[in-house]
Design a protein around this ligand. Structure first.
Ligand code: NAD
Length: 486
């Protein structure tokens, strides 16, 4: 059995509460962190208050100019060192993620590698943030454009990737020269707190990185977005909360970055290599137990191959071991909490009531922990709620199409537009379809699209802005045009 105490022997002490200006604060009351595999409390942390959050803004604002003036090389070295420390401690961080989030250890290890990569990538990018100088069209003067840090940034992250969703924001913010206040998900604050401790060990000066876990996120964000020193909110989470934050941000015209919900279509054309498509479906559906914004949510399969595709997918899913994430051999861990598990169960019941058939799974196993069996549904009616809702669990509804135009129309029939997948042996066809799919990212014969070096983000109600790549760092800057006569 792995305990928090064991992990702290490797990771060092995890600050169990708001960490502001390099110091732990007492908060008010506690947040109980639950192990989703057992439904038992793991630990308690101090619950951050509005006062803690305002103190974090003061701490960040106090070092803002100094951090912005710190050489890009120095910022880069701190990020690089953080990458190295995280990499050395991959196993302990992965186990910490499993304890509070539930996912299978292999998924958690993959997350730590992905999360650490944001520090390596932005260590490399920090020294490449440049503006431009060009001759004005009239020829009389030059136009100089500087890229300056946007300022104190509020980062709010979800529970599904407790490490990566934090580092995908912290890396570019620090690279660009912004001090931050991180508000991690209430369900999974420990991983973020451990990473913040590592950042300090790597040399981040006190005040540059502050973290305020809190069970009162709405109150905190509302006060912070009204604060004149807070110049950016970068949010990853549900579209519902994103809309609330956008409305708040409108009051003070705060710069926003929004990584919101998804409802990814996974299109399998008639000529697809079915082995590759099923392999891809397993990854796109089950990475992180299905709790991913990039998770394939609707399998849109040509009518000529749909029966075979569904059968093979169900055969593969039935072989998976569902159990505690830390057990060797577990493929699929529990969902994060009862609410998430119950929502998945409700969507499946709704679909089967409307005529869908479960070829695999279709229920929650009778055991403690928030488990749901990997499920394949065929015969799903086109108007079933499960096709319009982000499932966030290991359930694969399959619908069929006859023509490519019909497949594209079905794929685009969603208020979300984060990512789409298409499988075909005809690459020209795959690329042509990728241009027609209304989403910020497309996987062509590829089920894993996330890459720290690439711009991640969505169209429609999946969000605004991009994270990762060079764009991710530019999002934490403002352009300043300086007109100079010379
Ligand atoms: P959530 O929106 O419930 O919570 C996300 C974060 O916002 C948490 O830290 C939460 O405490 C905080 N929060 C909740 N209410 C708030 C409020 N009123 N004001 C300010 N903050 C508030 O989402 P979740 O359940 O933690 O995560 C699942 C969602 O996240 C899914 O919709 C998923 O698609 C989305 N997600 C998107 C991406 C992406 O990159 N687009 C990545 C991961 C997850």
């Amino acid at each position: 059995m792995t305990t928090l105490h064991d992990l702290e022997q490797v990771l060092g002490p995890i600050p169990l509460g708001p960490w502001v200006g390099g110091e732990l604060r007492a908060g008010d009351g506690t947040i109980v962190v639950i192990d989703p595999a057992t439904e038992e409390p793991l630990t308690e942390i101090a619950d951050g208050t509005v006062e803690d959050a305002l103190a974090a803004v003061d701490a960040a604002e106090a070092v803002r100019e100094e951090w912005a003036a710190t050489s890009p090389r120095r910022r880069s070295e701190i990020l690089r060192r953080t990458f190295e420390l995280m990499t050395e401690r991959t196993d302990a961080l992965a186990r910490l993620i499993v304890l509070e989030n539930g996912k299978a250890l292999a998924d958690a290890r993959g997350e730590v590698v992905y999360a650490a990569e944001f520090f390596r990538w932005y260590a490399e990018e920090a020294v490449r943030l440049t503006g431009t100088v060009g001759r004005a069209p009239g020829g009389a003067n030059n136009i100089m454009v500087l890229r300056q840090p946007v300022g104190v940034s509020l980062l709010i992250t979800p529970w599904n990737f407790p490490a990566a969703m934090a580092t995908r924001k912290i890396g570019p913010a620090l690279a660009a020269g912004c001090p931050i206040i991180l508000k991690p998900a209430t369900e999974t604050p420990l991983t973020a707190l451990a990473i913040v401790a590592i950042l300090h060990e790597a040399g981040v000066p006190p005040g540059v990185v502050n973290v305020v876990p809190s069970s009162r996120p709405g109150e905190l964000s509302s006060r912070l977005l009204d604060h004149p020193a807070v110049r950016k909110v970068s949010f990853t989470g549900s579209t519902e909360v994103g809309r609330v934050l956008l409305a708040h941000a409108a009051r003070t015209v705060v710069n926003t970055g929004m990584e919101l919900g998804g409802n990814a279509p996974f299109v399998v054309l008639e000529d697809a290599d079915l082995d590759a498509a099923v392999d891809g479906a397993m990854v796109a559906k089950l990475r992180n137990g299905g709790s991913a914004c990039t998770a394939a949510n609707r399998f849109i399969v040509h009518a000529g191959v749909a029966t075979e595709f569904s059968r093979r997918l169900a055969d593969r899913m039935r072989l998976l071991a569902v159990g505690p994430g830390l057990d060797p051999g577990t493929d699929i861990g529990p969902l994060v909490n009862a609410k998430t598990r119950d929502k998945v169960a409700e969507l499946v019941t709704g679909a089967t009531d409307e005529g869908a058939r479960a070829l695999a799974g279709g229920s929650a196993p009778a055991r403690r922990g928030y488990y749901y069996l990997p499920t394949v549904l065929d015969g799903v009616p086109a108007d079933a709620a499960i096709l319009d809702t982000e499932i966030f669990g290991p359930v694969a509804p399959v619908v069929t199409f006859d023509t490519v135009d019909e497949a594209v129309a079905l794929a685009n029939r969603s208020e979300f537009g984060l990512v789409s997948y298409v499988y075909t042996r005809d690459l020209r066809q795959g690329l042509a379809i990728s241009e027609r799919l209304d989403s910020g990212m497309v996987g062509v014969n590829r089920a894993l699209v996330s890459d720290p070096a690439a711009p991640f983000g969505g169209t429609k109600q999946s969000g605004l802005g991009r994270e990762g790549g060079h764009e991710g760092m530019v999002e934490f800057t403002e352009s300043k045009y300086v007109a100079v006569d010379w």
